[in-house]
Design a protein around this ligand. Structure first.
Ligand code: SF4
Ligand code: FES
Length: 249
């Protein structure tokens, strides 16, 4: 198949960018959006033109590096798939495809399709991890975890930190991301004070650095990890739990 591919080209963070249209022959419907960019970059380098900068790592839907906007939607056409799994077969031969960076004021453009998603790290730094005293680590079997709690925790821990939820939200809210970070640990038997402290500190960053959630729901539709919209409510639940019962178990 042959495609007209409009790509956002921007030389650096302070530079003004613009769309450039490329005629790309010999595309295969089985190619992913990232493979389309590989294919196009081969043609650009053969013509000694600068290749398009974009991020990728695993190409298996587990690293979150490939966040970009395809035809106006974070990651691409199909719901709940990362860009590395969005296939060109979704479009017709001769179609025009528009590729641009994740569009959010919170993610400044570094170059072309690459953005700085460092603001997401601020959430993780506020306690999106479990502290474990490895010197006295108990045998795992001595800390019983109900099967349903372990399943819920693992499902929420599937967040790959791609930032698509923030880019999809008209308010720039990180409620889905923060909910996954808070709730996957809150499902487990962690110390109550640590749980309350995590809820307070992550909530503060979410309030200070991101927009509010208004229940729009597009975050859950684009999320490649299938984090359910209910994770958003976990932020409020843990926040109020920390305020009212800071030492609860
Ligand atoms: S919640 Fe989903 S969309 Fe948001 S960062 Fe995690 S994986 Fe990406
Ligand atoms: S490249 Fe790792 S999730 Fe897409």
């Amino acid at each position: 198949m042959r495609l007209d591919v409009e790509v956002w080209r921007q030389d650096g963070p302070g530079a003004s960018g613009a769309f450039v249209t490329y005629d790309v022959p010999d595309c295969d419907p089985r190619m992913s959006v990232l493979e389309l960019l590989d294919h196009l970059n081969e043609q650009l380098t053969a013509r000694t033109e600068a290749p398009i900068a974009f991020e990728s790592d695993c190409r298996e839907g587990i690293c979150g590096a490939c966040g970009l906007t395809v035809d106006g939607r974070p990651h691409g056409w199909a719901d709940n798939l990362p860009a590395c799994h969005q296939r060109l077969g979704e479009r017709e031969d001769g179609a025009r495809i528009r590729l641009e960076p994740l569009r959010s004021g919170l993610f400044p453009v570094v170059r072309d399709l690459v953005v700085d998603r460092g603001v997401l790290d601020d959430v993780v730094l506020q306690g999106g991890f479990a502290s474990v005293d490895t010197g006295l680590a108990p045998d795992a079997d001595t800390v019983p975890v109900a099967h349903h709690a372990a399943e819920e925790s693992l499902d929420l821990a599937a967040c790959i930190g791609c930032g698509a939820c923030v880019a999809a939200c008209p308010n720039g809210s990180a409620a889905l991301y923060a909910g996954a970070r808070i709730a996957h640990l809150a499902s487990l038997p962690i110390p109550a004070l640590e749980r309350a402290g995590r809820a307070r500190s992550i909530s503060r960053v979410v309030d200070e650095e991101f927009g509010p959630c208004s229940g729009y729901g597009e975050c859950a539709r684009v999320c490649p990890a299938d984090i359910p919209l209910g994770a958003v409510a976990m932020v409020a639940r843990e926040r109020w739990g920390a305020a009212l019962h800071p030492t609860r178990t």
